[in-house]
Design a protein around this ligand. Sequence first.
Ligand code: HEC
Length: 295
Amino acid sequence: MMRVFPLLLAAVFTMARASAATPAKPPGKDERLRLAGEVFKIFEAKCADCHGAHLPKPKGKFGYVLDLKRVSENQKYIVGGDPKESELFQMVKNDEMPGEDADVPPLTPEEKKTVEAWVLAGAPHELPAGVSATPAAPETRQEPKVSFLRRVANWLGKFHPVSTHFPVALLLTAVLAEAIAWWLRREEWMLLVRFLTVLGALSSVPTTVLGWLSNFPTVSGSELATIYRFHQILGTATSVWALVCATLVCIAECEEGSLARRRFRGSLLLGAFLIGIVGFLGGALNAGGIGHYKF
Ligand code: HEC
């Protein structure tokens, strides 16, 4: 008994010292790794939809939430060791982020504690093995799987925007020429319209094919994904419509006022209208959303 007592005392003393020392002692390397890994997973689940690097237009112009190094170095977001001064933590704590319109729920109290502990630990960015390799950024996840053919298609698809200029300009010039033809009632102008329309319609076919080859990155359900789908369907329909116009203009004899000519003229105007809409949507895709014509 007399031999056990000092041992017991020593054990109690060590435990007490350990527990008293923990809060003051900076977390060890393992703990820092763990915190960084946890926070990475939280951000991946709850922030990356709107702030991921894969987005062409991230929300709030903040598109690197999974780049913990960059996040922690941005004093505007994180002040290492000081959760009160860390705007990002405050937004998360007060449920401002992820916002009310997010598809994901706010952070649980435990998750908030983890983020706070991470900030207190100086916002370490080194991740434990395996975490950064989880399906984080889509580009790192998909890169190895992209087949050669897909890459060729993606590359060819890059020429879609530039190739649209030909059919668009030709068909819109056809509208102008048709107006002059109507005004002057001259056969030469009607022949010119025929030439422009046929060439415009034919050149719209490769443009449409290039468009289908291209691989525009969108997050399903996002505004861009909707714009993209409309652009794709309407664009294809417009190309088909241009071919209809080309057929009609070939059937229509060059005689002003004939029924066939008027039918063609109406179709061409409708085609021009469709081109306008498709072009507008295409511009929105490039700009990252509707509103690109705001003054
Ligand atoms: C549903 C989309 C969405 C989600 C999910 C989301 N955010 Fe945001 N975030 C926004 C929007 C929109 C803004 C811009 C708000 C503004 O400027 O008024 C923003 C702005 C921010 C900003 C300020 C950017 C700046 O420099 O002005 C930070 C920091 C931020 N978010 C962090 C986060 C974090 C951390 C998460 C995850 C816990 C998150 N957000 C989840 C939509 C989202």
